[in-house]
Design a protein around this ligand. Structure first.
Ligand SMILES: [Zn+2]
Length: 404
C-alpha cells in the first residue's frame, strides 16, 4: 500500500513556483510560491467550472444542471500552468477545466479570505455605539454633495451601514427632498402610508406619530415582514417650543449589552414572537390596511449576528399568541431591554433643512413632546428605502467593475 506522501507525489505536478495536487479526501490543493495554501473541494471546482460549456460569461450564470449528470466526478489529474497562471483539471469523464489563480484566490475557503469578502463586499460591519460615543460616531454631510457627488453618496451610505445614522445639512425647503434622496439611492419603498409620509400634528390623527405627545423609542413598521430599511426624515419646519427633539438609541448595542449582561433575557427576546399590528388607513388614496407580523424583539441572522430590532409600544398587539409562562418571562426581559435602551438614548434637535436618516432595522428613535403655535407648525416629510437597494448601490459605487 502506498503511503500518503507517495500518493500525493504520484499526482503532483511541479513547476518552478506554484504547485497543485489532489488530496485523497476529495480536495485539490494549490501551494503558492509565496506560501499561501489554497484548498478547494473537487465537487466545488466541478460545480464552478468556467469553461463555455459550463458557464455563460455574459450573464455570469452557471449552466451545469442535474440533467447533465452528477457533479461528484473525480479529478483525474491536476496541473498548475505557470505561463497562463491557471489551475488545470482533467476529470475522469475527460472534461477539462481551467481556473485563473486570481479567481481562485478570491474564492479561498480560508477564514481570512471569507471574512474579507463578507466585510468588504457583502456588508460592512456595524460599529455599535452607546450614549457616551454619540458625538464620536455622528456624521454629517451636505445634502447637495450627496445629490451631486458619488464619493459623498458612498460615504453617506457607508455611515448608514456602519454607524447606523447620519445627518444631512442644507436641504432646500421642498417637500420632495426625501423622495429625491430615495431616488438618488435607487427606489423609494412604497408602503401603506404612500410614497412619502408627512409628520405633523393633525386633527383626528390616524397614527400616534401625528400627535404632539412624546413618541417613545421605537422602530417603524415591526408589523411588516419586509420592514423599511432606512427612514429618511426631512425637517421642513421645526418646533420653536422647547420640545420636538429627536431621541435615538443604537438597538444593536442595547441587544448586545443584554446578551453580555443578561443572557437569559436576551434569549427570551430573541426567541419569543410578539404580534405587531397596524390597522387603519393612510396615504394618498386612504386605502384601509390591516398589517400583522409575528417576530421577536431581537432577530438574528444566519451567522447568529443581531440583524433586526422590533420595538414599537404603540403597535404591539394585546393579542400575544404565546403560552402564559412565556408571557411572564417576556415582560421581565422586555423591561430590561427598554431600561437599557432608555439609559443609552441621546437627544438632539434637528433644524429646518436637516435630513435625519437612520437604519430602521437597528436604531430606536423617538421624539419629545412639543407645542405647535400659530405660525409655527412642526412639519417633517419622511420616506423609506430598503437595504437591498442601499447595499446594491453601495457595491456599485465601491466596485464599479465587478464582473462576478
Ligand atoms: Zn466545464
Amino acid at each position: 500500500m502506498l503511503s500518503c506522501r507517495q500518493q500525493i507525489s504520484r499526482l503532483l505536478f511541479r513547476n518552478a513556483s506554484t504547485l497543485a495536487r489532489v488530496q485523497a479526501a476529495g480536495y485539490v490543493e494549490v501551494q503558492e510560491e509565496q506560501g499561501d495554501l489554497l484548498r478547494y473541494p473537487q465537487v466545488w471546482l466541478r460545480d464552478n467550472c468556467q469553461c463555455a460549456e459550463c458557464f455563460h460569461t455574459a450573464t455570469r450564470a452557471r449552466k451545469s444542471h442535474w440533467e447533465r449528470g452528477p457533479l461528484n466526478i473525480q479529478v483525474s489529474q491536476v496541473a498548475y500552468n505557470q505561463e497562463k497562471e491557471q489551475l488545470e483539471v482533467l476529470w475522469q469523464d475527460k472534461h477539462k477545466s481551467a481556473f485563473d489563480i486570481s479567481w481562485l484566490r478570491e474564492r479561498d475557503f480560508g477564514e481570512a479570505a471569507r471574512k474579507r469578502y463578507l466585510e468588504e463586499v457583502y456588508k460592512p460591519s456595524a460599529q455599535l455605539w452607546g450614549k457616551s460615543e454619540f458625538e464620536a460616531v455622528r456624521r454629517e454631510f451636505q445634502y447637495q454633495d450627496v445629490i451631486h457627488q458619488d464619493a459623498v453618496l458612498r460615504d453617506w451610505l457607508e455611515a448608514l451601514a456602519v454607524q447606523g445614522f447620519a445627518i444631512l445639512k442644507g436641504a432646500p425647503n421642498d417637500i420632495n427632498v426625501a423622495k429625491h434622496l430615495a431616488k438618488r439611492i435607487g427606489y423609494i419603498k412604497r408602503t401603506t402610508y404612500g410614497d412619502v409620509f408627512e409628520v405633523k400634528s393633525k386633527p383626528n390623527a390616524g397614527n400616534y406619530a401625528y400627535l404632539m405627545t412624546p413618541l417613545p423609542l421605537h422602530t417603524d413598521m415591526p408589523y411588516y415582514e419586509y420592514k423599511a430599511g432606512i427612514n429618511i426624515l426631512h425637517t421642513l419646519v421645526q418646533s420653536e417650543s422647547s420640545g420636538g427633539a429627536n431621541t435615538l438609541t443604537d438597538g444593536f448595542n442595547v441587544a448586545s449589552q443584554l446578551q453580555k449582561l443578561h443572557p437569559e433575557h436576551f434569549e427570551v427576546l430573541r426567541s419569543v414572537p410578539v404580534n405587531w399590528f397596524d390597522i387603519g388607513h393612510d396615504g394618498d388614496d386612504a386605502k384601509p390596511f390591516h398589517s400583522l407580523w409575528r417576530a421577536p424583539v431581537i432577530c438574528l441572522d444566519v451567522d447568529g449576528r443581531i440583524t433586526r430590532i422590533n420595538q414599537n409600544t404603540t403597535k404591539r398587539d394585546s393579542r400575544f399568541s404565546i403560552s402564559l409562562e412565556q408571557a411572564v418571562s417576556w415582560y421581565k426581559a422586555y423591561d430590561k431591554f427598554l431600561e437599557t435602551a432608555q439609559s443609552e438614548a441621546v437627544e438632539f434637535k434637528t433644524q429646518a433643512g436637516d435630513v435625519f436618516v437612520f437604519n430602521n432595522l437597528r436604531m430606536l428613535h423617538g421624539r419629545t413632546a412639543y407645542e405647535d403655535a400659530p405660525g409655527n407648525k412642526r412639519h417633517l416629510v419622511g420616506a423609506y428605502v430598503d437595504w437591498d437597494i442601499i447595499y446594491s448601490k453601495l457595491r456599485t459605487l465601491k466596485f464599479p467593475n465587478a464582473k462576478d
